[in-house]
Design a binder for this molecule. Structure first.
Ligand code: PBG
Length: 333
């Protein structure tokens, strides 16, 4: 045998020379679920180890993350029902606790990157990302709501906005609204290829944001989120988001869509983000809690696979844990 690939795997030093992909914690974004109140740490039952936190706890959490090298956060609000209505007005109400929290976080941690969520579902009594009328999700009528949310979030101090709604034309609409209001420096991380996935369950539990059960309300999000069977369609969304001014393109979920991540990476010059969503994290946690998989090995391998597929940025509930392991520290999870 002239060729023996195993020679390059013989020692740890040689393997280190030939490692093709390394995942540094700087590529990771930690999601944060925010609730109103003080001293609240409320674990999400379907996502053990992830908590709904009040602002004081969020500040502690961000501090801890920053110390191990996680400096980017994407925050979602768990909004009490009394603030919800059909048009999501609380989303851009100056008294909104989510907007106020963003201002406070940026005051304490001006150097962190704080990413928002732009979509109606946390604020909508119907539980959809757009306005619902006669059993349909309205597109163009939803855009002004998203525009108002975007400007309010930029004003509150978010560094980057994360439109997760999948309405057509939203990136351009938001970009213009932001620029007109003087926020040309606020970025947009677009949920470009967001699929109508079964893996968002724990997230909807955390925020209580699932579509309301009513015969006049669509039960799923299939008329706006993408069909899991489609790949080329992601290129259409990428083309539009790029033309409309997005700064990052995101694929969501991540693990079941590694091919889509690779496709966008090969077809775009923009940085590619992947959202390792709640259900994907829950699967791994369930197996490790049962003793069927080793968390400290399976979790980093999972994140590495998303990076190897082409994601420059990975949003994952495991970001802080990964950073601890990366620094050789032990985990409590
Ligand atoms: C909604 C939104 C969802 C997620 C992020 N933003 C759920 C949905 O579309 O129903 C899911 C994230 C996760 O599962 O971790 N705008």
């Amino acid at each position: 045998m002239l060729r023996r690939p195993r020679r390059n795997r013989r020692t740890s030093a040689i393997r280190a020379l030939t490692t093709e992909t390394r995942l540094h914690p700087a590529h990771l974004v930690q999601p944060i679920f925010l609730v109103e109140g003080n001293n609240v740490r409320n674990e999400v039952p379907s996502l053990p180890g992830t908590f709904r936190l009040s602002l004081d706890q969020v500040l502690l959490e961000i501090d801890e993350c920053m110390q191990v090298g996680i400096q980017s956060f994407i925050m979602f609000p768990a909004v009490p029902d009394e603030h919800k209505d059909k048009t999501g007005t609380y989303g851009y109400d100056p008294d909104n606790f989510y907007l106020q929290a963003a201002t406070e976080i940026k005051k304490h941690f001006p150097e962190c990157c704080l990413i928002s969520d732009v979509a109606m579902d946390p604020y909508s009594s119907d539980g959809h990302d757009g306005l619902v009328r006669h059993g349909r999700i309205l597109n163009d009528e939803t855009l002004p709501v998203l525009g108002k949310m975007a400007v309010a979030q930029a004003r509150a101090g978010f560094d980057m906005l994360g439109p997760s709604d999948m309405m057509d034309g939203r990136i351009g609409y938001m970009r213009r609204a932001l620029d007109e209001a003087g926020f040309s420096e606020t970025g947009i991380m677009s949920y470009t290829a967001k699929y109508a996935s079964a893996f968002y369950g724990p997230f909807r539990d955390a925020l209580d944001s699932a579509p309301r059960e009513d015969e006049d309300i669509p039960k799923d999000k299939k008329t706006y989120q993408m069909d899991p069977a489609n790949r080329r369609e992601a290129l259409i969304e990428a083309e539009l988001d790029t033309a409309e001014g997005a700064d990052f393109l995101m694929v969501k979920p991540a693990l079941n869509y590694l091919d889509v991540i690779a496709l966008l990476k090969g077809n775009s010059k923009l940085p590619i983000a992947a959202y390792h969503v709640s259900g994907e994290c829950a699967m791994l946690l369930a197996a490790t809690r049962n003793g069927w998989l080793d968390y400290e090995k399976a979790m980093p391998e999972t994140l590495l696979s998303i990076h190897r597929a082409g994601a420059d940025v990975i949003i994952t509930y495991f970001a802080k844990d990964y950073a601890y392991l990366y620094q050789g520290k032990s985990l409590s999870r």
